[in-house]
Write a protein that binds this ligand. Structure first.
Ligand code: F3S
Length: 395
């Protein structure tokens, strides 16, 4: 891989330990994937933020890097293991909280915006069409490539952080035109309208078009909230983090000849596979990917004047929470007993053993709740999930 004189000097340690380590990671990655050079990135989104996943070894690595490491571009974080302010009310153990705070402090020392969210595009980390970025969260990567037309591979935690410290990433994979072309046409021959429909569609495409870039036909309309849900589900179940949706996403390409057809039967089977056999709901999680202000408004409308029976959390960024506070939604929602879980989510909070069954709008949340936390899962609309939260039952 070609390195400029400056990049060589970083690799030789002339700019300090953090830059040397980061350059080593980028060069090793570039060599593995056959990159010809490094390219500048406009922004970074770092994953591997929860102490639950990092452990002491990860915390030690970050503390070491933060001694002389500073990021060169706008960098935000993926969800952490807890709400950084409100962790007590979410029942997070104190020992865990102490370690999580140390993790966030290390990131802050490096100049990172410590807003922890999987929807960085909703809080100002918003790339332009064609811009190279280095993002790590899979749902955000699918959103950036597919919906925005920015260019990023799905980075690991260390490689994203290395890209932030150097301000560059190796030019391979989805950064290159030839690797962004669709590889299969997907004809959707059934109406896809609601949030769970989009999650189920992502489930089917992820499973049937493993490691492929689909060119999707037949979707008439899709809001930003529906697209973020779709991408999160599709990559969780196997799609490459890039897709085309004709008439909706911005990048242009020809539809491939190889075609997959999705019928109402496929969507029905997806719902059967995502939903477990349970009537009792003791946990409801909304905001996967992290909720937009539009979703918060909808939740406030549905819950006004009601009280929840099941523990209910909304995952969201601190920035969207501030908007919610200002609009008066927070009060309506908290009066019902629903809790805001800023900075965190169902996949990275230490929830194992706390709840038996979850209701959620998201197929991705079902995957992690079942896999990581051994919960039974139900997917539904915001309306259905709120009803489940109020009654403690799935109808
Ligand atoms: Fe975001 Fe967590 Fe869902 S990272 S996409 S809220 S599983």
């Amino acid at each position: 891989m070609f390195l400029t004189k400056e990049e060589e000097s970083i690799l030789n340690g002339e700019k300090g330990n953090a830059e040397r380590k980061s350059m080593e990671i980028l060069v090793a990655l570039g060599k593995i994937y056959g990159a010809e050079k490094l390219i500048p990135v406009g922004s970074v989104q770092v994953a591997g933020v929860s102490y639950h996943n990092l452990g002491d070894a990860g915390l030690e690595y970050l503390s070491e890097l933060s001694k002389d490491g500073k990021v060169k571009v706008l960098t935000t974080l993926n969800p952490a293991g807890m709400d950084m302010n409100n962790w007590k009310s979410l029942g997070i153990p104190e020992d865990f909280a102490k370690k999580q705070i140390m993790v966030i402090d290390a990131f802050e020392k490096m100049g990172i915006l410590t807003n922890c969210t999987c929807t960085p595009y909703l809080i100002g980390n918003l790339p332009r069409f064609g811009e190279h970025i280095a993002w790590a969260e899979s749902s955000a990567v699918a959103f950036a490539n597919g919906v925005i037309g920015a260019r990023t591979n799905r980075e690991g935690g260390p490689s994203a952080l290395a890209a932030a410290i150097i301000g560059k990433t190796p030019a391979y994979g989805l950064h290159l035109d030839k690797n962004r072309l669709p590889t299969i046409t997907v004809k959707v021959e059934t109406a896809i309208k609601t949030m769970p429909d989009f999650g189920a569609l992502g489930y089917v495409i992820g499973k049937k078009a493993q490691r492929q870039i689909p060119y999707i036909l037949g979707i008439k309309e899709a809001s930003i909230d529906l697209l973020k849900t779709f991408g999160a589900s599709a990559v969780t179940y196997g799609m490459k983090p890039m897709y085309y949706m004709e008439g909706i996403t911005p990048e242009k390409a020809d539809a491939p000849i190889e075609t997959l057809t999705i019928t109402s039967e496929d969507i029905k089977s997806a719902f059967n596979e995502i939903n477990d056999d349970t009537d009792e709901i003791d946990f409801v999680f909304l905001g996967c990917p992290h909720a937009s202000i539009k979703e918060i408004a909808e939740i406030a409308k549905q819950i006004e004047g009601r009280k929840v029976k099941s523990e209910t959390w909304i995952g969201l960024s601190r920035t969207v929470k501030q908007l919610s506070d200002e609009r008066g939604y927070t009060k309506i929602i908290e009066d019902s007993g629903i809790k805001f879980a800023c900075d965190t989510c169902v996949a990275v909070a230490p929830l194992k053993g706390r709840f038996k069954s979850v209701a959620t709008t998201s197929a991705k949340a079902c995957f992690y709740s079942r896999g990581h936390n051994a919960m039974k899962t139900k997917i539904g609309t915001i309306n259905q999930c709120i009803d489940a939260a109020v009654s403690g039952k799935w109808n």
